[in-house]
Design a protein around this ligand. Structure first.
Ligand code: PEP
Ligand code: MN
Length: 370
């Protein structure tokens, strides 16, 4: 059962105290309080867990701080939809809004290599009106003998350069809890010039200790990649795991599934699941065509496979595209062959705008016929 409190409920007020007092006395029921900072107001939600079947909605709605009560299914308690369209969805981070209606491109380096390439990438993004990027500092590689990322050493210049060109959010994978402290330190050192969205890679989708650590902090939102060899339900539960620790600012990312059937692409593109994730949960949905497709090949008409895959995701309503670019792919330490170049950027952005507009027009066709 989910209790939504009156907006801006003051935690030191009598109404709040009386409400919690009542909840404390419920036998076999425990509760968890979640605060959500919306654009205009702060919302507090309380999840009742355990033996809630015996409780009536009337009894709980009557508690002084409670505005309304929703019976929720067992699945995706925090991130699920639960037939209540009035619930706030999405979040604001560092001036950028993320929800199931927003659209952002996160183009950038798979792995940070040197300040020159970072600056060139970010400068060109700024010139094309972008406010987000991707930058890998910690790289979980299939082989232990390949480049693992520059780690904390590159963070100060990455953050400073992002600030210099007014980039507001950097999607950055972390592979260990200690990386959050390293990011915090670099942010402090450079004067918080930008924002970070903590990415959980496909190899770590079910690394529950990492999910818990990211869920316990509220400073940074999270971008959770779908596990490449597990069911969609298992990956969505991983997102729920993270949110249940307190941080529900999670974007879910489809990135293809590992199977020989996907060959010659690196993974089998799974972007037909964009609407599924939007229906089952309130999370914004991202697609990563680079790690799905994994090459720089074109169709006879001159369109890259990676861009075709991105288009499929966006035309189906994806809210975010995460994509590898590199100013000089031959110099890239990781995933150079699949990276798009600065030359590809204007056409790619034009194409994504077209796909987004097409999605909105497609939606109109069905909505006007309601
Ligand atoms: C990445 O985005 O750089 C990455 C390693 O992706 P994935 O975890 O999907 O393989
Ligand atoms: Mn990559």
């Amino acid at each position: 059962m989910l209790l939504i409190l009156h907006p801006d409920t003051d935690k030191s007020a009598e109404d709040y105290r009386l409400t919690l007092e009542h909840l404390e006395c419920l036998k076999g029921v425990s509760y968890r309080v979640h605060d959500i900072q919306g654009k205009q107001q702060k919302l507090t939600e309380i999840y009742l867990l355990g033996d809630t079947k015996k409780l009536t909605t009337e009894e709980i709605s009557a508690l002084p701080a409670v505005e309304r009560v929703i019976r929720i299914s067992e699945e995706y308690r925090i991130l699920g939809r639960h037939q209540d369209e009035k619930r706030t969805t999405g979040f604001e981070y560092n001036g950028v809004h993320f929800d199931q209606s927003s659209f952002h491109v996160f183009a950038g380096l798979c792995a940070v290599d040197n300040p020159k390439n970072v600056e060139e990438m970010i400068r060109v993004l700024k010139e094309h009106g972008q406010q987000c990027t991707r930058m890998g500092a910690y790289k979980p590689r299939t082989s232990p003998y390949t480049f693992q990322g520059h780690g904390k050493n590159c963070l100060p210049y990455v953050f400073e350069l992002a600030g210099k060109y007014d980039i507001k959010v950097i999607a950055m994978e972390i592979t260990h809890e200690s990386h959050i402290d390293e990011i915090n330190e670099a942010m402090e050192k450079t004067g918080n010039p930008t924002g970070v969205m903590l990415q959980i890679g496909t190899r770590n989708t079910q690394n529950f200790e990492l999910l818990k650590a990211i869920g316990r902090q509220k400073r940074y939102p999270a971008l959770l990649k779908r596990g490449f060899g597990i069911t969609l339900n298992e990956s969505l539960n991983a997102a729920e795991y993270l949110a249940s620790e307190g941080n529900a600012n999670v974007v879910f990312c489809l990135r293809g599934m590992k199977t020989e059937a996907g060959s010659p692409h690196r993974n089998l593109v799974d972007f037909a699941h964009v609407p599924v994730v939007k229906r089952l949960t309130r999370m914004p949905v991202c697609v990563d065509p680079s790690h799905s497709v994994g090459n720089h090949d074109k169709d006879p008409g001159g369109v890259l496979d990676v861009v075709h895959a991105a288009a499929q995701g966006v035309i189906s309503g994806a809210n975010m595209v995460l994509i590898d670019f590199h100013p000089h792919p031959a110099e890239a330490f990781v995933d150079g062959p699949q990276a798009l170049t600065m030359n590809d950027l204007p056409r790619f952005l034009e194409d994504m705008t077209l796909c987004r507009e097409t999605y909105l027009k497609r939606q109109n066709i069905y909505q006007s016929g309601k």
